[in-house]
Ligand binder design. Sequence first.
Ligand SMILES: Nc1ncnc2c1ncn2[C@@H]1O[C@H](COP(=O)(O)OP(=O)(O)OP(=O)(O)O)[C@@H](O)[C@H]1O
Length: 267
Amino acid sequence: MKMITVNNLDFSYEAASVLSGIDLSLEKGRFYSILGPNGSGKTTLLKNLQKVLRADQNCVYINGKDITSISVKELSKRLAVVPQETRMDFDFSVLDMVLMGRSPYLKRFETESRSDLELAEKAMMITDTWRLKDRSVRSISGGELQRAIVSRAMVQDTEILLLDEPVSHLDIHHQIGILKTVSGFSKSREITVVAVLHDLNLAIEFSDSVILLNHGEIKAMGSPEEVITEERIREIYKMNCMIIRNPSSGKPHVIPTEISKQGGSYE
Ligand SMILES: Nc1ncnc2c1ncn2[C@@H]1O[C@H](COP(=O)(O)OP(=O)(O)OP(=O)(O)O)[C@@H](O)[C@H]1O
């Protein structure tokens, strides 16, 4: 079943074209990673899927419905977002911030119920943030905040989860923990996950499918094994690498071969 369809999407910031001719058809319950060099259009694509940036009519469909005809409240019952920018302007407690994930389901002036609180506690236990529940969102570390924001997206209880570099602030233990949790959710609850990731090896380990962007175009899409090849990495990232089998998972594992060479950092 198709959860997200994108038809020939073009997007420009004023005069500068950033996305061109994007076609996607994303299935229920699958984990997709968007990969690509800095500035290739990954965040812009994700923002077009959440109506933060406005795509034209007939370009983006969420569960069969044109995104331009879906209200913000309705959209937030279908799709949760973990944004790249996690700076907090307000002095909420961590628990209150996580509970905001329930707001699409509350009527005006209604407060969260016991079951909302239970959902928040469960999600925060999974992300190891429950112990921070009474702290201010402005006083916790970047990685703790990122995990709390993942909890907020989890309690939103949507069919689609969009994550923009969700592990960028996390140590290796929590990187694996969050990606395992999210991919577990995508299988057990049939949630469609779309995650912008920079770490090719994490994307290979957790994705059913990867979407490789360059200069605003999809250069390849398919299973990690099909898409991540030495030639493509060289062409798109301008980096020589070798791909071996990860002895633990059996999946491909990218090893940059530039590291051992002498010379300036961008040579
Ligand atoms: N608000 C904006 N106004 C004008 N140009 C923008 C704006 N946001 C992004 N861009 C430009 O659009 C292009 C794509 O940016 P985008 O953030 O989508 O790339 P990205 O692939 O997510 O990059 P990164 O890996 O560095 O996060 C870049 O050239 C960027 O400079």
